[in-house]
Design a protein around this ligand. Sequence first.
Ligand SMILES: Cc1cc2nc3c(=O)[nH]c(=O)nc-3n(C[C@H](O)[C@H](O)[C@H](O)COP(=O)(O)O)c2cc1C
Ligand code: SF4
Length: 458
Amino acid sequence: MLSLGLQKISGKEVIPLVDGGKGISVSTGETCGAWAAEGGVGTFSAVNADSYDENGNVIPQIYHGKTREERRRELIEYAVAGGITQAKIARERSNGKGRIHMNALWEMGGSREIIEKILEGAKNCVHGVVCGAGMPYELAEIAVKYRVHYYPIVSSARAFSALFRRSFKKVKELLGGVVYEDPWLAGGHNGVSNADDPSKPQNPYLRLVALRSVMNEFGLQMIPIIIAGGVWWLSEWEDYIDNKELGLVGFQFGTRTILTKECPVAEHWHDKLMSLKKGDVKLTQLSPTGFYSSAVNNEMMADLLARLERQVKIEEFSSLKVTAGRREVCLDPSRRVDIERWANEGYSEAMLTPDNTVVFVTPEQSKQILEDQRNCFCCLSACKFSSWCQHNGSTGKIPDPRTFCIQKNLQNIAHGGDVEKNLMFAGHLAYRFAQDPFYANGFIPTVHQLFDRILMGC
Ligand SMILES: Cc1cc2nc3c(=O)[nH]c(=O)nc-3n(C[C@H](O)[C@H](O)[C@H](O)COP(=O)(O)O)c2cc1C
Ligand code: SF4
C-alpha cells in the first residue's frame, strides 16, 4: 500500500486520487459519485451531459431549430439540464464523501453560460470546476461568483504562468489545484503547443519541476499539482510522491476508469480497450477544435488520416482541372495518376479545404460531410469543420472536410455507437489493459475495486 496521505482539495481532506472528467457522457454523476464515495475526487463531465426521462432513459438530444442560432440555444438548454442532473446524481451517490468536480471545455460553445447555469441550478453539489482545452481566463471570476474552487488544466509552466499573471492572481484563495496533463500521453484533447514537437515526448518530471517552480514564484507552495496522462500503477510514480522539488501532488486517471462497472459506455467499448496494442492510440490534429488529441486509430481515424494523403494543392493555372463544389480548380498535373487511382477506388469527389487544396472522398462521404456541416448546432466556440464561430457566426474560412463533427461522433460512441466508426478518445497507455494481470480473463472492476487496487500501487 502506497502512503499518498490525505490532502485538502476543494476544502476537504481527501485521498488525492482523481477520476478525470470525460465527455461526452463517459464521466457521469454515477461514475463521479462512486469515485468520491471512495474518499477521492470524482469529476462529472458538463460537456453536453445526459438528462433522463421519468423511466431513467437518456433523453435524446434532438435539434429542431432552423437556424444555427436556434440550435445553439437548444444545445445550451440541453447542456445545462444535463449538467444539473449529473451534479445532483453525483452528490447523492457520493454519500457526502470525497469531493465532486465538474469538468468543462473552455472552448465549448456557450461555455461560461453553461458552467454558470449548472452551478446555479445545482447549488451545493459541486465543489470544484475543472477546465481545459483553451485558456480559461474567466474561470477565476466564475469561481468567485459561485464560491467554488477552480482547477485549470495545463500542459506547461508557460501556460499556467500566463493564466495566473493575467487572471488567477486576483483569486488566489479559490485556486484548488493545477492539473498537469501530459500532452503526449493523456487521452482526449491535448495541450501540445507550438513550442512542443508532437513526435518527441518530453520527460514529465522536468516539466512538472518547471511548473512547480513557477507556482512557487507566485506563492502557491501549498496548492497541489494533479498529475494526469499516462498514470497507471502508482508504484511507477513513487519518486514523484513526497518529492521536495514537486511539493504536493495528486494523480488523475482518465482511460483506466472507463473500464469500470459504473462507467456507462457500451460493452464493445470495454472490449476494444482490452484488445489494444502499443501504438494503437495516436496523437493527431484531426479535431475540429484545432487542438491535438489522442484517440484509438480505429476505422474512422484511419479514414481521416488517409483523406489527408488524398490531398492535392490547387494551382493558379494547369492542364489538370477538376470540379470541387461549384468551382473548377486547377491541380498539380503530376498528381494525375494518383487522382485517377483514387477515382477507381471510389474517391471521386473533390472537396475544397481552407488551405488551398482539395481532398478526394467518396460521393457518400461528400454527402455526409455536407449534411453534418449543415446540421451544425454550434457545440464549439469555433469549429474548423463547419466554420461556425460564436463571436460572429463564422470563422471566415471555408468549412474543412479533413475534420469531422466531433459532437455527433462523441454523442454516438457514448450512446452505444460503433467503436470503429466513431471517435474513441483514449490515453497512450490504454494497451496496458491487455497486459495488466488485474484485468485477466476480461475482469471489469467496480470503482471500489479499482480505487483499492490503485492505492495498492499496482
Ligand atoms: C474518453 C475520454 C474523454 C475525455 N474527455 C475529456 C473532457 O471532456 N475534458 C477534459 O478535460 N479531459 C478529458 N479527457 C482527459 C481525462 O480527463 C484525463 O485527464 C486523461 O485521460 C488522463 O490521461 P490517461 O488517459 O492517460 O489517464 C478525456 C479522456 C478520455 C480517455
Ligand atoms: S459541426 Fe462543429 S460546432 Fe457544429 S456541432 Fe459539429 S463539432 Fe460542433
